[in-house]
Design a protein around this ligand. Structure first.
Ligand SMILES: C[S@@+](CC[C@H](N)C(=O)[O-])C[C@H]1O[C@@H](n2cnc3c(N)ncnc32)[C@H](O)[C@@H]1O
Length: 351
């Protein structure tokens, strides 16, 4: 077991964990392949449904063996197999505490059905009356506090809802993006690790991928173990861990703007197809755009001001972060037609 302490292990998680046979993990976060045909380095992500359900039960059982009695177990999964996870958890005697929906904007567009814009994160514990839950570490400001300045509001804030929509997917422009196909944002892992573990506790990720869980655990002073069957991904995760020393959690910023907000702004800009020049010139349009943006990023209590949003857009455009608007021509005011009067006889024509 000591060979796993602060390591990213190359191997099949069922084999690795079955050999351990004793509980060591305080928190497990698992983000397995979703069986939807993703292209991984060493895993074929499209198998028979029944086999996938049986495999789900096997790896969950292997994780359960190494989870401490007060441990917590989070599993991210798509629509296709979320039922398998719940059934397996029930059979293993795990206690479900929350069925979290991670909702993100700009889901995958499909012609013949609604765009998918969520992932399930199921949260279980082994013992329903003995587990770590550091509520103070994840509280958020409530409407009562900020909007209504209600003195009865808890000054520590409120617990976040079980629909998490403040975390965009890690997109190509993000600093934390590694090139891995389905990387989890560090900020989601930070919430889970803070609330369900203490410093020095041991965090395990049996499907480590690009190493997001290990990197975040390391930044938050937890012991980590990641397991992955791809040597390439193991190396990439090890590189991320080597280079993350002293860095803050990606996507969390105290300055108001961060790359997640910038990504949302960029998306909204392209969705609306109104050029920055026009937003700059038309205060009504800018106000509308700002309202949309603040609603989308849930900044309704302390919204970004329209001028702030305009300045950020212009800055992003100058630094080429915004990209050109496609399929749009700037609507112009119709010009008055200047039909020239026929010069009078003997009149000198002027321009
Ligand atoms: C959805 S990805 C994990 C992404 C990760 N959460 C991140 O943020 O980068 C699933 C990973 O599971 C790995 N994998 C698939 N089968 C495995 C197995 N039996 N044991 C260990 N890893 C496995 C794949 O190589 C892939 O990297």
């Amino acid at each position: 077991m000591e060979g796993l302490r602060n390591e990213i292990k190359l191997g099949d998680c069922i084999e690795v964990l079955s050999k351990i046979g004793e509980p060591f993990a305080d928190l497990i976060f698992a983000d397995p392949p979703f069986n939807i045909g993703y292209k991984y380095d060493k895993y074929h992500d499209k198998v028979d449904k029944k086999n996938f359900a049986a495999w789900t039960k096997d790896w969950m059982a292997a994780c359960n063996l190494v989870l401490k009695p007060q441990g917590s177990f989070y599993i991210a999964i798509g629509d296709e197999h979320v039922a398998d996870v719940k059934v397996a958890a029930d059979e293993l005697g795990l206690e479900m505490r929350n069925w979290i929906i991670w909702h993100y904007a700009f889901g995958q567009q499909m012609k013949n059905k609604f765009a998918r814009s969520h992932t399930h994160i199921l949260y279980f514990v082994k013992d329903k009356s003995d587990f770590i839950f550091n509520d103070d570490s994840v509280r958020v400001i409530s409407d009562r506090q900020k909007k209504y300045q209600d003195k009865r509001a808890n000054p520590e804030g409120k617990m976040p809802d079980d629909v998490w929509d403040e975390y965009p997917r890690v997109c190509g422009t993000f600093k934390e993006r590694t090139g891995f196909p389905c990387q989890m944002p560090e900020s989601i892992l930070a919430r889970i690790i803070r609330v369900s573990s203490n410093k020095e506790n041991w965090v395990l990720d049996p499907f480590s991928g690009s190493g997001t869980t290990a990197v975040t655990a390391h930044k938050l002073n937890r012991v980590y173990t990641g397991i992955d069957i791809s040597e390439e991904y193991v190396k990439e995760a090890e590189r991320r861990i080597r280079e993350c020393k002293g860095l803050p959690i990606e996507g969390e910023s105290k300055q108001g703007w961060n790359e997640h907000l910038e990504a949302e702004l960029k998306w909204l800009y392209h969705e609306n197809k109104v050029p920055t020049e026009q937003l700059d010139a038309d205060s009504f349009l800018l106000t509308l755009f700002s309202e949309k943006f603040n609603t989308r990023v849930r900044k309704t209590r302390n919204p970004f001001q329209p001028r702030e949003i305009r300045d950020r857009l212009i800055q992003m455009r100058k630094s080429a972060k915004l990209g050109p608007l496609r399929g749009h021509s700037i609507p112009r005011k119709p010009r008055k037609s200047h039909t020239r009067r026929k010069p009078l006889e003997n009149e000198v024509a002027t321009k």
